[in-house]
Design a protein around this ligand. Structure first.
Ligand SMILES: CC(C)(COP(=O)(O)OP(=O)(O)OC[C@H]1O[C@@H](n2cnc3c(N)ncnc32)[C@H](O)[C@@H]1OP(=O)(O)O)[C@@H](O)C(=O)NCCC(=O)NCCS
Length: 175
């Protein structure tokens, strides 16, 4: 695998990002959705030899980073790129107060559930109708490396309604 290149998402990246987005989600964001969300959130792209192969959009809040959207181009999946993208986000979150990441995953998106489990997240809550007509699972990751990490994640993320519930477009809401 050639080296992965990470950088901030730029407006000029949108055509390629929209291509990946449409190939990845049943209810894809459109250009307006990305533009609106990126006014209050961060976007990163990952590339290989100058070609964008994936992206992540997240918003940093005082107690957590909320992952709003993420996709890897189909031809580049199952190569460890998603794991590398989340590792970058985890590195970023470690330096922040709260030191956690939350992500909402549609009940039907089993691959994403397996993915988030594999990269250290745990399911902390079921969100009824959190994905359009479908339920969703809220996953959380904590930077704490103790055996209590999952419990801490539940305490931090499990008992409150975060904005991630309503802003994760993947799950039926327009941003
Ligand atoms: C979910 C997604 C981002 C994963 O990206 P990826 O680059 O393919 O993932 P990785 O190759 O880094 O996989 C990391 C781990 O996740 C798990 N995983 C990933 N894809 C999997 C699959 N199709 N089946 C089972 N497990 C899978 C594996 O445990 C894998 O570890 P391993 O390679 O050591 O077995 C990608 O499938 C995707 O873009 N899906 C469509 C969009 C989406 O659902 N986004 C997430 C919600 S917003």
């Amino acid at each position: 695998m050639p080296p992965l290149e990470f950088r901030r998402m730029l407006t000029g990246d949108l055509p390629r990002i929209l291509e990946i987005e449409r190939a990845s989600h049943a209810l894809p964001w459109d250009e307006g959705d990305f533009t609106r969300v990126l006014c209050g959130a961060d976007g990163r792209v990952v590339g290989v030899r100058g070609v964008i192969v994936g992206f992540v959009v997240f918003r940093v809040e005082p107690g957590e980073a909320i992952l709003l959207n993420m996709a890897i181009a189909p031809a580049w999946r199952c190569l460890g790129i998603g794991r590398a993208v989340v590792a970058e986000l985890q590195e970023f979150a470690r330096a922040k107060p709260g030191r956690g990441i939350a992500a909402l995953v549609a009940e039907r998106n089993v691959v994403a559930q397996l993915f988030f489990r594999a990269v250290g997240f745990c399911c902390v809550r079921i969100v009824r109708d959190g994905s359009g007509d479908d339920d969703a699972y809220q996953f959380a990751w904590s930077a704490e490396k103790t055996p209590w990490a999952n419990r801490i994640a539940r305490m931090v993320f499990g008992g409150k309604q975060t904005d991630g519930t309503t802003e994760a477009r993947r799950h039926g809401e327009k941003p």
